[in-house]
Design a protein around this ligand. Structure first.
Ligand code: ADP
Length: 228
C-alpha cells in the first residue's frame, strides 16, 4: 500500500470514433481520489460520467494516459490482471441493480466472495452482516423480484463491497428511486463508506446528495474539474 491517493487518472484520453466525427470524452484529464474520500461526479447526461467510471474501474482502457490504483499503474497490465483487480479491489454499483434473478439476496452478496475463493460459511456470514448493515437483513432469503427498488439497490451496494474493495464506483446508484427512497438508500451507502473507510466516486444528478459528499467534480471539455 502506498501513501498517496487511492485512485489517480493521469493525462487520460478517451474518445469514440463515430462515422462522421470524433467524440472526445476525456482529453488529458487528471483526477485524484484521496483515501477515505467521497466524491460526487455531477455532469449532464452524455457528458461522459459512465465512460469516466468505466475507465477508472478498469472496465475500459483509456486511449492514452493511465489509471493508478493504490500506487499501481494499471495501463500495462494484462486483461487477466485487470480482471483480478476489478474483482478484488473495485466495487461497482449501477443505476439498475443487476442482481442475479435466480439467486437470493444473500447468495447475490456471497457470489463475489465465492468467486474469490472464500469458504461458503465465511461468505454467508459476511453477506448477512452486510445485508443487516444495509437494513435488508430480514430479506436475505428473497429473490430480487420479491424486493422493492430501494431494497434491491441496498443489496447491490452490499454486493459491491462484499470483497472489501479499495474503491467504490457508483453510476447513479439512486437514479431509479423516488426521492424519499433515494435519500434512505444514499444514507445507508454513505454510512457504509464512512464506517469502512472506503473511497468512493459517485455519479449523481441529485444535487442534495452531491452536497453531502466531500467534494464535487464535473466533466467539461474533456477535463475533470472540482467545482466545490
Ligand atoms: P453519461 O454517463 O454522462 O451520460 P456516457 O459516458 O454514457 O455519458 O457517454 C458519453 C458520450 O459518449 C455519449 O455521447 C455517448 O453516446 C458516447 N458513447 C458512450 N459509449 C460509447 C461507445 N461505446 N461508442 C460510441 N460512443 C459512445
Amino acid at each position: 500500500m502506498s501513501a498517496g491517493p487511492i485512485l489517480q487518472l493521469t493525462s487520460v484520453g478517451r474518445r469514440y470514433n463515430e462515422i462522421d466525427r470524433e467524440l472526445v470524452i476525456l482529453d488529458d484529464a487528471n483526477f485524484s481520489l484521496g483515501r477515505g474520500e467521497m466524491v460526487a461526479l455531477v455532469a449532464p447526461s452524455g457528458a461522459g460520467k459512465s465512460t469516466l467510471l468505466h475507465t477508472a474501474g478498469l472496465l475500459e482502457r483509456p486511449d492514452s494516459g493511465d489509471v493508478i490504483l493504490d500506487g499501481r499503474a494499471c495501463g500495462s497490465l494484462s486483461d487477466e490482471e485487470r480482471t483480478a483487480i476489478r474483482r478484488n479491489d473495485i466495487g461497482f454499483v449501477y443505476q439498475f441493480h443487476h442482481l442475479l434473478p435466480e439467486f437470493s439476496a444473500l447468495e447475490n452478496v456471497m457470489m463475489p466472495q465465492m468467486i474469490r475463493g472464500m469458504k461458503p460459511r465465511v461468505a454467508s456470514e459476511r453477506a448477512q452482516q452486510l445485508l443487516d448493515y444495509m437494513k435488508v437483513g430480514a430479506r436475505a432469503s428473497h429473490r430480487p423480484s420479491e424486493l422493492s427498488g430501494g431494497e434491491q439497490q441496498r443489496v447491490a451496494i452490499a454486493r459491491a463491497v462484499a470483497n472489501a474493495p479499495l474503491v467504490l464506483l457508483a453510476d447513479e446508484p439512486t437514479g431509479n428511486l423516488d426521492p424519499v427512497t433515494s435519500s434512505y438508500v444514499f444514507e445507508a451507502l454513505e454510512a457504509l463508506v464512512r464506517q469502512s473507510g472506503l473511497s468512493a466516486m459517485i455519479a449523481t444528478h441529485n444535487h442534495e446528495l452531491a452536497r453531502r459528499m466531500d467534494r464535487r467534480v464535473t466533466l467539461k471539455d474533456g477535463k475533470i474539474t472540482t467545482v466545490s
